[in-house]
Design a protein around this ligand. Structure first.
Ligand SMILES: *Cc1c(COP(=O)(O)O)cnc(C)c1O
Length: 383
């Protein structure tokens, strides 16, 4: 595990890789079955149990990234060449590329000023004959006006894809993100709230989609997933649909199982740190915090909003004190060369807030001295 000297350099992210991760990895290596196997199934079951999916009749399929999960979600939505998926411009380009992989076109939609989540009114204006799905991103773990998004999707018979890469442990109306709604995708990438090194998962409300997902995940092959879950192989099989190499192997699954054991602690600690930041920055002129109740959020990042003109100076000021910052996101994805010609609506909020957000260090076990240094760094800049 990286050793963070509280007086030394402070990174934005520090994955927690405690002895339990090393133990789980060693055990999995000793077991000797490395591919998609029983540990993958165990990880899926443990995640389903943490999310309380059994009670809700929902199903989880682990993938080797959230990007893969989002791609599969796009396929389940029936989106392909000639179709459109409405996406926030203000999110990670993984989401847009996942849609592009299906052959469907990305349509860029603005976010709400304040939550930075998809604006349902602006999304409504973009729905057309070709629309197959609406994708949302739970920015910094907050879900925004999600009920209105589902209402809009219902009206038009569209599927909703929730990019919940930031939202493991977030709640909406007392229900965990993933335990309700349509297709929900999580990331367990290197810096996410829990990690499987690289990994992700998709949750579907439809039992008939589980086999489809298993097949898409493993080269379109039928039956083999069930065999591999029991350390066997189906040596004769059919290939029944387009397929990818998207499964989560045994070693990442073992890491994920160890991480899940600690997830309650991760979430609790992160909430405490976010509250400490909120409190420290509440009175700073020109500084806006997310304004969320962290009790409802599984915090992945802590974004601060500052005047655009102040941001570069603040970054420099903190860097001089050995404190790294991140930017989520420095521009709307509609500005990338790849998406130059994509259809879009009014993106004025995205255009503005991408110059105003700054991500402060946040991880699962932060020393009080680290928090104090970050707080003092920000306060002293605005003093
Ligand atoms: C991390 C992230 C992704 C991609 O997740 P991977 O597991 O790295 O593919 C997608 N969307 C958002 C908002 C993310 O933060």
């Amino acid at each position: 595990m990286p050793d963070i000297d509280p007086e030394g350099h402070i990174p934005v992210f520090v994955p927690h890789l405690g002895p339990e991760v090393y133990e789980a990895t060693a055990q999995a290596l000793d077991f000797g079955y490395l591919g998609l196997g029983p540990l993958t199934k165990r990880f899926e079951d443990a995640l389903a149990s943490w999310l309380d999916l059994g009670r809700e009749g929902r199903h989880v399929v682990a993938t080797n990234s959230c990007t893969a999960a989002l791609h599969l979600a796009t396929l389940l939505a029936g989106a392909g060449p000639g179709d459109e998926v409405i996406c926030p411009a203000f999110t990670y380009v993984a989401a847009h590329q996942a849609v592009s992989m299906s052959g469907a076109d990305v349509v860029f939609c603005d976010v709400d000023d304040g939550t930075f989540c998809l604006d349902p009114d602006k999304a409504r204006a973009l729905v057309g004959e070709r629309t197959k799905a609406i994708m949302v991103c739970h920015y910094a773990g907050a879900v925004g006006r999600l009920d209105e998004i589902y209402g809009l999707a219902d009206e038009h018979g569209l599927r909703v894809i929730e990019d919940a890469a930031h939202a493991l442990g977030s709640r909406h109306r007392d229900r965990l993100v993933g335990s309700f709604g349509d297709l929900v995708c999580f990331s367990f990438g290197p810096v996410k709230t829990i990690t499987t090194l690289e990994g992700g998962a998709i949750v579907t409300p439809r039992v008939d989609e589980v086999a489809t997902l298993h097949q898409h995940r493993l080269l379109g092959v039928d039956k083999d997933t069930e065999a591999r879950y029991e350390s066997r192989r189906a040596w004769e099989y059919d290939v029944v649909r387009p397929g990818f190499r998207y499964h989560l192997g045994s070693i990442p699954s073992a890491v994920g199982l160890a991480q899940l054991e600690l997830l309650d602690t991760f979430v609790k600690n992160r909430r405490d740190y976010c509250r400490a930041y909120d409190e420290a920055f509440a009175a700073l002129p020109g500084v806006t915090t997310m304004g969320v109740d962290w009790e409802d959020v599984g915090p992945f990042i802590y974004p601060l909003r500052v005047p655009a003109a102040a941001r570069p100076g603040l970054v420099e000021h903190l860097r001089a004190r050995g404190i790294d910052t991140g930017i989520h996101f420095f521009m709307g994805a509609h500005g990338f060369s790849q998406y130059r010609d994509s259809r879009r609506g009014d993106l004025s909020v995205t255009e503005r807030v991408c110059h105003e957000t700054l991500t402060l260090p946040l991880w699962s076990f932060m020393d009080q001295r680290v928090l104090d240094r970050v707080i003092d760094g920000v306060q002293s800049f605005f003093a």
